[in-house]
Write a protein that binds this ligand. Structure first.
Ligand SMILES: [Zn+2]
Ligand SMILES: [Zn+2]
Length: 139
């Protein structure tokens, strides 16, 4: 078993949950992928599990901090939390919905750390969503 799955199982177990076929499938559907809308996640898993189970699992994963919700306008997408993938930010197009994951910008990370320090905070996590219009949609 590789590292990410071992971490997942450990995290579930320490919260008194066991790994199930659905839980594993939801995790794998998000692993190393671009953020997914719930609709697409349900579609991708249609052969393995039903809609209600996908929603229930994502709900649980959100509570446990395994996945995070990205609010894009009035919609949202789901991706694995920083614990399971490289920290990054997103830029999304408010017209066509194009979503680009950016590499962590060290200047931004540094500014956030300084901001937290100034207010005496220890940072647990942060999300940064940038919305705009992509070059295709500005044409
Ligand atoms: Zn666009
Ligand atoms: Zn960041």
């Amino acid at each position: 078993m590789d590292n990410v799955h071992a971490t997942l199982i450990k995290q579930l177990n320490s919260n008194n949950f066991s790994i199930t076929k659905t839980r594993l499938a939801v995790f794998d559907a998000l692993l190393n992928k671009e953020p997914l809308a719930m609709k697409n996640l349900v579609l991708n898993l249609a052969k393995i599990t039903d809609r209600a189970s996908v929603y229930r699992t994502v709900d649980l994963y959100e509570k446990l901090g395994i996945v995070q919700r990205l609010n894009i306008g009035w919609k949202y997408k789901i991706e694995l939390s920083d614990k399971y993938q490289e920290h990054h930010h997103h830029i999304s197009c408010s017209i066509c919905g194009l979503l680009i994951s950016t590499d962590g910008d060290s200047h931004i990370e540094q500014d956030i750390n300084e901001l937290a320090k100034k207010h005496g905070f220890k940072i647990l996590s942060h999300q940064l969503e940038i919305q705009g219009v992509c070059s295709n949609c500005t044409k």
